[in-house]
Design a protein around this ligand. Structure first.
Ligand code: ANZ
Ligand code: ZN
Length: 818
């Protein structure tokens, strides 16, 4: 056991752990506390990369800490294995997406085994397995029965590159979240999940997550859901029976509405457009059909629009105002029409100034006239030019106007959400088939539960899967044509597959009972394990996956299948691994290769280097990381373990008290630091203990001292969270039985945490003249002679005699001169 060979140590323990299988969660009750440590499951896009290494190291520290504490820990792993890259690879290689997918899963699984996370491998799942997606389909059908899954036609986001529709959440800044292509709008009939029905609860239940989830994630979700309160106001339209309703957050500004704007792409605009303006309107509509939502809502852009040749009547003052169509009003928000108040809304002002429409101030904010400055005044102030509400402050004016409108039957208080229903159908092959059959006579017919899963056909390959704008499944005639489950007549299967975010919205429930075949999960097991205690993963899921999972959990709660409403009690978003301040990504060709780093330094060094580089939430610049430093440190740990000579089980109380104090302070601090996820600082405390132990061996009580053994064993246990292979090797070298992971977390002896010295104040005639560092147990006699021998005190006495010395050990000595 001379030198330290990280790779040999790693190979040895990897094999031993495979045999020992020490990280299985126990299903039954055994008195231990249950803990659920969850890592966002990987997509099998290739081998594991540095980003995975970072995320999984963090999740593993938490799980291993709980294991060490003696909890019954559920720490599962699986794969999010449906999705486009597999399909694109299959098209290129003339193969089936399953081939690429499962080959990559195997690669990742063996890399994981080497990377040493404390997984319960027996719970492994893949969302593309029929045993899994059967239950994704089952859940879809339950959503369908509850009216939460429905089909509707309308404008959708279309990715021209991936040739499929996208959910709003997958459009980032007008681009496809996956491939970056500029997203287009198309009118299509698609499947949706009615997440909007849960908008209020998704917002209100965030109170449970306050202080436990990163504040920025809560903020992003809050903004995405975007609850807005205001009023609906009806405007009578000249020459039309039905009034047009607008949604406004500022009914207090109703007297300042000088025109109305209708979303140019809404049916309403088309319908009310006067024949004289029809040609201009059509031209305009053609122009804007290619724009993204972001572009349209931008305040930076020059406003565009067209007069519709019609007029509306302002319900409070009877004023006749022109109706325009423009792209800055969205068809799908509120009622797709607004009252424009240019004095107090910047976009309306830009529009008014461009088209020469009147601007009327109705809130006196003390600022200059918006018509002159071009800057709308959105702040608070007294209402002016507004008849019965003149002089009121904003809140009172809103209440009063809403009351007046309600009295006339022309308006009411209203709430709006930015959140839209979740578009879940995709025109691609490698996903979970939608379990619906379309029959000419019966319409939409759910596939009966006993006919699930609706399996993907396995005879489509290569070019069959090429995107054509309709689902490749439509080409599989033998798959598509079925008997209607209701009437037995000829019918066809729905050929779309589900967004893969549907698969990942419920996988953490499945882990609680992965083989269960009576439902998606065993309700009893979920009750025992969930909610998840700690969820670790990337902030890129701040909205998508986390919002959808929260939605699923609430639906399951309403179905009576779970007894909690939030799935993830705590969330940790790890930072990214970057190089020279540039984010590593697939497009930049992942500049640092994980496999190569591991081959060079070993897993423990890579893990330790990542965890030591800073708090887990911070980005890691690999250029600043020192694997060599970590390697040296582990060599020192290993060497100490080889040198300890004291017998196993010797009473440490007979050993060096100085070293014991360092050991127990380290235990105390490292525990607190791990609890608050400050792993980097916990590691530096372990380093300090290693230094103290080294010193004790070299120039202190020596390698045979029981306190040295205690220190060395403590190092092995604490280190097992961060560098598990080396920790196990050290543990065995110390004569202990592997694995160290189950050794039990040490607790600090409070007696050894007592401060080693206290400060004693020495006064002469009531004035502080010196401070002495003394042992807490110092006697009065010792303290008195120590104080009297101090140079500063001698100086302060200046040869005077002493009348009296009052000693209060260990803190105060008061000398009264004669
Ligand atoms: C008059 C007004 C005066 C407005 C004022 C604002 C300030 P949030 O907070 O996002 O809900 N609006 C309503 N429907 C719209 C649509 N479909 N497309 C674009 N804009 C729309 O915003 C609500 C405000 O956005 C509404 O209040 C309306 O303009 C506009 F000093 O009405 B407001
Ligand atoms: Zn039928």
């Amino acid at each position: 056991a001379e030198g330290y060979d990280p790779r040999a140590v790693q190979d040895k323990w990897q094999a031993r752990w495979a045999e020992l299988d020490p990280f299985r969660a126990a299903e039954g009750e055994d008195g231990r506390e249950r803990r659920y440590a969850l890592d966002m499951f990987p997509y099998p896009s290739g081998d594991l990369h540095m980003g995975h290494a970072e995320a999984f190291a963090i999740g593993d520290v938490i799980a291993r800490y709980w294991f060490q504490k003696g909890d019954n820990v559920l720490h599962p792993i699986g794969w999010d294995s449906f999705g486009l890259p597999a399909e694109n690879a299959a098209i290129k290689r003339d193969s089936h997406p399953a081939e690429w997918t499962y080959a990559n899963i195997d690669t990742q699984a063996s890399s994981f085994q080497r990377y040493a996370p404390s997984f319960d491998w027996s719970r492994r799942l893949h969302t593309s397995d029929p045993e899994y997606y059967k239950w994704t389909q089952w859940l879809f059908l339950r959503f369908y029965e509850r009216g939460l899954a429905y089909r509707k036609g309308g404008q959708v986001n279309w990715c021209p590159n991936d040739q499929t529709v996208l959910a709003n959440e997958q459009v980032v800044g007008g681009h496809c979240e996956r491939c970056g292509a500029l997203v287009e709008r198309r009118v299509l009939t698609q499947w949706y999940f009615k997440i909007t029905e849960y908008a209020d609860r998704l917002l209100d239940d965030m109170a449970q997550l306050e202080g436990r989830w990163p504040e920025r994630v809560l903020l992003m979700q809050r903004n995405w859901i975007g609850r807005s309160t205001g009023a609906d106001v009806d405007f009578v339209i000249e020459g039309r029976d039905e009034p047009v309703t607008v949604y406004t957050t500022r009914p207090d500004t109703l007297y300042g509405a000088t025109f109305m704007v209708v979303a140019a792409d809404a049916d309403l605009a088309e319908e009310i457009c006067d024949p004289g303006q029809r040609a201009a309107f059509e031209t305009y509509r053609e122009e804007i059909s290619r724009e993204s939502e972001i572009e349209r809502l931008s305040t930076e852009r020059d406003k565009t629009g067209v007069f519709l040749g019609r007029y509306a009547i302002n319900p409070v003052n009877g004023e006749r105002i022109p109706i325009w169509a423009a792209d800055y009003v969205l068809a799908e928000y509120g009622h797709g029409a607004i009252m424009a108040v240019p004095a107090h809304d910047q976009r309306d002002l830009d529009f008014a100034l461009k088209f020469g429409l009147p601007v009327r101030v109705v809130v006196d904010t003390g600022e200059a006239d918006p018509a002159e400055t071009g800057v709308a005044t959105a702040g608070d102030g007294r209402i002016v030019n507004s008849g019965p509400i003149d002089g009121l402050a904003k809140a009172d004016a809103i209440a009063r106007i809403t009351e007046i409108l309600a009295g006339k039957g022309l308006g009411k208080a209203a709430v709006n959400f930015r959140l839209r229903d979740w578009l879940v159908s995709r025109q691609r092959f490698w996903g979970c088939p939608i379990p619906i059959v379309h029959c000419e006579g019966c319409g939409e017919v759910p596939v009966p539960d006993d006919q699930l899963p609706v399996r993907l056909p396995d005879d489509l390959r290569g070019a069959d899967l090429a995107p054509k704008g309709t689902s490749p499944l439509a080409a599989a005639a033998s798959w598509v044509n079925v008997e209607c489950p209701k009437c037995g007549g000829p019918a066809t299967r729905d050929t779309d597959t589900m967004d893969t975010f549907v698969d990942s919205s419920w996988y953490y429930f499945r882990y609680c009972s992965p083989g269960y075949d009576q439902g998606p999960f065993d309700v009893e097991q979920v009750r025992k394990w969930m909610p998840v205690d700690q969820y670790t993963g990337g902030v890129e899921h701040a909205i998508l996956h986390l919002l959808y999972s929260r939605f699923f959990t609430k639906v399951l709660y309403d179905m009576g299948m779970v007894d909690f409403t939030e799935p993830f009690t705590r969330l940790l978003n790890q930072g990214q691994v970057i190089l020279n301040a540039k984010a590593m990504s697939k497009s930049l060709g992942n500049m640092v290769d994980l496999g190569e780093q591991i081959d060079r330094f070993g897993v423990d060094v890579v893990r330790l280097a990542m965890l030591f580089s800073g708090p887990p939430e911070d980005d890691i610049d690999w250029a600043d990381v020192s694997p060599h430093g970590m390697s040296k440190f582990l060599t020192r740990v290993h060497r100490i373990a080889t040198e300890v000579t004291g017998p196993v089980g010797a009473d440490p109380g007979t050993g060096s008290e100085d070293l014991r104090r360092v050991t127990h302070r380290t235990i105390d601090e490292a525990t607190a630091l791990v609890e608050v996820r400050r792993f980097n600082v916990a590691i530096s405390r372990i380093m300090e203990l290693v230094n103290a132990t080294r010193k004790a061996i070299d120039s202190g009580p020596g390698a045979g001292d029981p306190a040295v053994r205690e220190a060395a064993e403590t190092i092995a246990i604490l280190l097992s969270l961060f560098a598990p292979y080396t920790a196990d090797e050290a543990w065995e070298l110390l004569g202990r039985t592997a694995p160290v992971a189950l050794a039990g977390w040490p607790s600090a002896d409070p007696a050894l945490l007592v401060q080693e010295s206290v400060t004693c104040v020495v006064q002469v005639a009531g004035k502080v003249r010196d401070r002495l560092e003394v042992a807490p147990g110092i006697t009065e006699g010792e303290l008195e002679s120590l104080a009297l021998s101090s140079d500063k005190i001698k100086e302060a006495l200046a040869g005077r005699d002493i009348r009296k010395v009052i000693v209060r050990a260990p803190k105060i000595v008061n000398i009264v001169p004669a």
